[in-house]
Design a protein around this ligand. Structure first.
Ligand code: X8Z
Ligand code: ZN
Length: 391
């Protein structure tokens, strides 16, 4: 795929999911206006980034309590459940591994447990941004993370183990093929499995007692998911748009910060907490992947691909109900499909790998839209009479 085709492809996918984001943005902004007043949050303008509960305003799950659709209806607090069940860092990683092995995949090698870093050391500086490794390209699997006992990190553990399982199933290939089918695949594996961390699964493993069964509980749950998954989409796309313009020279050093916030406004509809007139400021540098030079479109693609994988793995597992209820936990038929794709590494063009799991040769956001259908309907209802969008 040429660079121009790649850009077009991300644009096509963004067009598919933008209506979801627009509805979420509109509703969240309205709730923030209610909370902070329209002098702080412009009713039809950009949302101040510091009100979204995340350093980079990339995922908004932390403001769920403010946005919760039905107060008093069921919602699931995984963080509370983990703490109540006295989970520690190791136990959380074991829980992640047990999801993969439930699919019939191999246990992690003993060296993984000996050589990984799960806890932030007290005696030295480390990079805490979570990462997964195969140090010798020969199954020396490890993760490096400063785990906190909360829902966010439980999901990140699944994410990192997804990388490790990819490494594990392709390490016997020639080293040139020891890679994901494309970057987005590598980022989507663990996330796809984490979509199976449903209330029913949490009950099955004893973390919660009851599964919310009414419509209000469902909308609460979907909102929780959407604040992370849907809110992330424009952020996932804009990082590289900014970077490509920097690398091509289109954006001059004196324009780095202005270009950054122009994209944040255009795609996310957000604004900095205060004016940023100084051309020396470099807010993009606060995002790990910018100074670390890690490409970022992979996460945008993964956000969409993971639902595509999830839908197909659910079908393989014999799931028939709505997609948001599916958990492939314990379903080895889904594991077989996944393993078949992982084992390909990058030895085949990525559409072949996609086809191995989904039967399709193009990326498609339809499964993500299908997953969030109940919430989308609800949001459209809430947003009636509101002016959505931003200038
Ligand atoms: O960087 C990551 C992973 C490591 S590959 C923890 N993620 C992106 C981020 O944190 O910005 C996962 C989601 C997006
Ligand atoms: Zn990753």
């Amino acid at each position: 795929m040429s660079p121009a085709e790649f850009e077009q492809e991300t644009e096509r996918l963004w067009t598919q999911v933008k209506p979801l984001y627009d509805q979420l943005h509109c509703h969240v902004r309205a709730k923030l206006v209610e909370k902070y007043g329209k002098d702080k949050v412009p009713e039809t303008g950009l949302i101040p980034a510091h009100l979204l509960g995340n350093m980079w305003a990339q995922e908004w799950g932390n403001i769920y309590p403010l946005i919760e659709p039905y107060k008093g209806a069921a919602s699931i607090d995984v963080t509370k459940a983990l703490k109540a069940a006295k989970y520690d860092e190791l136990k959380m990683v074991k829980l992640g591994e047990s999801f993969f092995t439930s699919l019939g995949l191999d246990p992690l090698p003993a060296t993984f447990w000996e050589r990984s870093m799960f806890i932030q050391p007290k005696d030295r500086e480390v990079v805490c941004h979570a990462s997964a490794w195969d140090v010798d390209l020969n199954n020396d699997l490890r993760i490096k993370m400063c785990i906190k006992i909360n829902q966010e990190d439980l999901i990140t553990i699944h994410h990192e183990l997804g990388h490790n399982y990819y490494y594990h199933y392709y390490y016997k290939l020639p080293v040139l093929y020891q890679n994901g089918a494309h970057d987005g695949f590598h980022e989507a594996i663990g996330d796809a499995l984490a979509l199976s961390v449903t209330p029913a699964y949490l009950k099955q493993i004893g973390l919660i007692d009851t599964v919310p069964s009414d419509d209000k509980g469902l909308i609460n749950l979907q909102m929780q998911d959407a604040l992370d998954k849907i809110a992330f989409l424009p952020f996932g796309k804009l990082i590289d748009q900014w970077r490509w313009d920097v690398f091509s020279g289109k954006t001059k050093p004196s324009e780095y910060n202005a270009a950054w916030w122009a994209l944040r406004a255009k795609y996310q509809g957000i604004a900095p907490a205060g004016d940023r007139p100084d051309p020396e400021l470099f807010d993009a540098g606060a995002k790990y992947h910018v100074p670390a030079n890690v490409p970022y479109t992979r996460y945008f693609l993964a956000r969409i691909l993971q639902f595509q994988f999830h839908k197909s793995l659910c079908a393989a597992a014999g799931h028939t109900g709505p997609l948001y209820e599916c958990s492939i936990y314990g379903k080895t038929a889904a594991g077989d499909k996944l393993r078949a794709m992982l084992e390909l590494g990058s030895s085949k063009p990525w559409p072949d790998a996609l086809e191995a799991v989904t039967g399709q040769r193009t990326m498609d956001a339809q499964p993500m839209i299908e997953y969030f259908e109940p919430l989308l309907k609800w949001l459209e209802e809430q947003n009636k009479g509101r002016t959505c969008g931003w200038q």
